[in-house]
Every structure is written in C-alpha cells, then in structure tokens.
Design a protein around this ligand. Structure first.
Ligand code: SAH
Length: 206
C-alpha cells in the first residue's frame, strides 16, 4: 500500500499540477486504504472516487489534493469541512492546519469517520453531526472552508463564518448536472473575490 500511495502521489498528483510540498507530503502520509470499505482496499489508490455506503463517495485523490492546495493553509489555521463522508479529506487537512471541524449530515457516517480518525491518531479533527448549510458557528471564524458536496449557491452562513482573508472552495452547480464548477472564494475587505478552478462532480448538499 505504501508503494501504491507514493505512485499515486507521483502519477496522479505531481503529474497533474499539485506542486505544494506540504500538500504532497500530507497525501503521501494519509493511508487512503483505511478510509474505504474493506472490500475496496485494493482500489484505494486508483484514480477515482469510490463508494462508501449510504449512497456517498470518497473523492478522487486528485480532487482532494487540488481542493486542499487551493486553500493555501497555514499551520495555525482552523478549517471547516462540510461533508465528512469517510473522513479522508479531513485527515489530509488535519496535517496542514491547527484544527479541523468537519460537519456531516448522516449520523452513521459521522460516527464511523470519527472512530476511524481517532483510531488512526488524527486528534485535531472534530466531527460534528449537523446540516452543513449552517456551518458550525461556535468554532468560527475559519481561515479555510472546504465544501465536499455540490450546491447551486454558496450557503450564506459559510460566507459569514469565513475569516477576513480566508478562502473557501465549493463545487457550485446542480448535482444533477454532469459536473459542477469548483469555485475558489476569498474574503477581502468584506467583499468576495471569486475564481473558477476546474470541473468536478460531487454528490448533493442535502
Ligand atoms: N469529504 C468526504 C467525501 C464527501 S461526500 C471524504 O473525504 O470521504 C459528501 C458528504 O456530504 C456525504 O457524506 C454526505 O452525507 C454529506 N452531506 C450531504 N449533505 C450534507 C449537509 N447538508 N450537511 C453536511 N453533510 C452533508
């Protein structure tokens, strides 16, 4: 698995524009095979999303890395993730910042991810059960927000909870369309700078 992980980093990430050394390091360190269902372990380093139950998916490694890189995190940052799923993205983020708060709507997924993260030693991830449309106000402001579900518009609570100078990545568009646009937002003097990065396909923010 170690060898496959290093090959994934070289062939899928470095070869496709992931250049931030800290992101590459984090992706080399987190064992994706521990976040996929037991029967899919042999596919853990394939260049694809995989089913994790409850109709949900663990994102493709390149998408995890690119969204993480876009946040340009600092070691003292607090990051909000919407859509914990397997907990894999949260584990990657946790190696690059001080604290991750990850909100998941489905309690069974949240419980499984939290137990897995604890078992693997990712102590600076807090998994919360709730509706990500509302963010998680008690730990705000966040220097980074990563939305791991598709939404037709950016939830207002997330914009409110983003720190001045903070960055948010969000797959914008209908989950029924064949793709969404991954948008990068930066809060600057009270207004939002916005840039589209690339096309992605996510399950809906419900
Ligand atoms: N980041 C995950 C993949 C996310 S899949 C990983 O690394 O594995 C999207 C997740 O968002 C699913 O687990 C889904 O249950 C969750 N979700 C959907 N709507 C949500 C909402 N309104 N609030 C919080 N989580 C939501």
């Amino acid at each position: 698995m170690e060898g496959r992980r290093q090959r994934m980093v070289a062939d899928q990430l470095r070869a496709n524009g992931i250049s931030d050394p800290a992101v590459l390091q984090a992706m080399s360190a987190v064992p994706r095979e521990e976040f996929v269902p037991a029967g899919l372990r042999s596919l853990a380093y394939d260049d694809r999303a995989l089913g994790i139950g409850w109709g949900q998916t663990i994102s493709q490694p390149l998408v995890v890395a690119a969204m993480t890189q876009a946040l340009a995190l600092g070691s003292e940052d607090t990051v909000l993730e919407v859509g914990t799923g397997s907990g894999y993205q949260a584990a990657v983020l946790s190696l690059l910042c001080r604290q991750v708060v990850s909100v998941e709507l489905e309690p069974a997924l949240a419980e499984r991810a939290a137990a897995n993260l604890r078992r693997l030693g990712y102590a600076n991830v807090e998994v919360a059960v709730g509706d990500g449309h509302l963010g998680w106000p008690s730990r705000s402001p966040y220097q980074g927000i990563l939305v791991a579900c598709a939404t037709p518009q950016v939830p207002a609570a997330l914009v409110e909870q983003l720190d001045e100078g903070g960055r948010m990545v969000v797959p914008l568009g209908s989950s029924r369309a064949d793709h969404q646009d991954l948008r990068l937002l930066k809060k600057n003097g009270g207004s939002l700078e916005s840039r589209d990065l690339f096309a992605v396909r996510f399950v809906p923010l419900r």
